[in-house]
Design a protein around this ligand. Structure first.
Ligand code: SF4
Length: 304
């Protein structure tokens, strides 16, 4: 069902897996095994990031996953990614203080009904798992989002992230060229999703382009009581470079944006990954992109 073709990166930080499904060398997935040694490693927090589709139909300007879309993964194929990582580590995720599975690699989870079945399967297998769904909030998927809302009650915590990227409608549509929920619908949904004592739904921004992040506009649409903001430097992907988007950006831009958002009452998470992650191609879609375009099977050195 899932054959691992290659694994790159550093064990104990982030390893990117490249896999093939249905015994078809043209059907490639990538997934990630990550932990932070500074935070106590897998004993304290273990994160697995899975793909939900083969490529992605959204085609965001900064993401390598959107270059080719070949359909949905099944629930079993999504679960197989987690099982592969767990088997490779030879340990039980139930022993970790936090075992998090992020639906945030290749694909838009809300466009795949099998993601809901995979969530059930995860809960049955590892009852303490904390899922995290990252979505651009595609339009026309109300039933999927309602089902997710019902499912979230079965987990001890459940994280939701909306990829927003710009507070300007035109820029948002150019960056994420797919029909999306209106702002009001996202705000209502996030409010219903939030549970006191748990993480607030996050509004994600990749910072580094010259697109708009207007703290006042954001606060007028999303109540800081129910929403946090997550800022991440724009990753250096081939697609971003091809679209003329500059990766990185000065940290002063991140700091300034964070200060403005905090002054509006938002909790702000500034997420700057290890610089080594860019070298190993751990950004979304990069492993498959490199395999297809260079034949290098992701990056240079084997993981172990
Ligand atoms: S960022 Fe997410 S939604 Fe956008 S193309 Fe990449 S995988 Fe798809």
């Amino acid at each position: 069902m899932l054959t691992v073709l290659n694994k790159t990166g550093r064990h104990g930080l982030a390893e990117v897996y490249l896999g093939m499904v249905r015994r078809d060398p043209g059907l490639l997935v990538e997934f990630v095994d990550a932990c932070d040694p500074a935070l106590g490693g897998r004993d304290r927090k273990w994160v697995v990031v899975v793909s939900t589709q083969l490529g992605c139909p959204v085609g965001c300007l900064m993401c390598d996953a959107g270059s080719r879309y070949q359909g949905n993964l099944s629930a079993a194929e999504i679960m197989a990614q987690v099982e592969q990582v767990v088997a490779a580590n030879g340990r039980d995720p139930n022993d970790s203080l936090k075992f998090k599975v992020q639906f945030a690699r290749m694909g838009e989870p809300a466009l795949n009904g099998e993601v809901l079945r995979a969530l059930w399967a995860l809960k049955e297998r590892w009852p303490q798992v904390i899922p995290c769904v990252a979505t651009v909030a595609p339009a026309g998927r109300d039933r999927w989002f309602d089902a997710l809302l019902a499912l979230r009650e079965y987990f001890r915590d459940f994280q939701l992230q909306f990829s927003v990227n710009s507070t300007d409608d035109g820029q948002r549509d150019r960056l994420m060229p797919y029909p999306k929920m209106p702002w009001q619908a996202m705000a209502r949904y996030g409010r219903r999703f939030y549970r006191p004592g748990q993480r607030k739904p996050a509004l994600n921004f990749a910072v580094g382009g010259d697109w708009e992040l207007d703290a006042a506009a954001l606060a007028s649409r999303f109540d800081p009581r129910w929403f946090a903001v997550k800022l991440t430097p724009l990753n250096p992907t081939a697609t971003a470079a091809g679209n003329g988007l500059a990766a990185g950006g000065p940290s002063s831009l991140l700091d300034r944006s964070a200060d403005e958002l905090r002054s509006r009452g938002f909790d702000v998470i500034v997420s700057i990954g290890d610089p080594g992650e860019n070298d190993i191609g751990s950004n979304c879609g990069q492993a498959v992109w490199r395999h297809r375009h260079t034949g290098l099977r992701a990056a240079a050195s084997p993981a172990r």
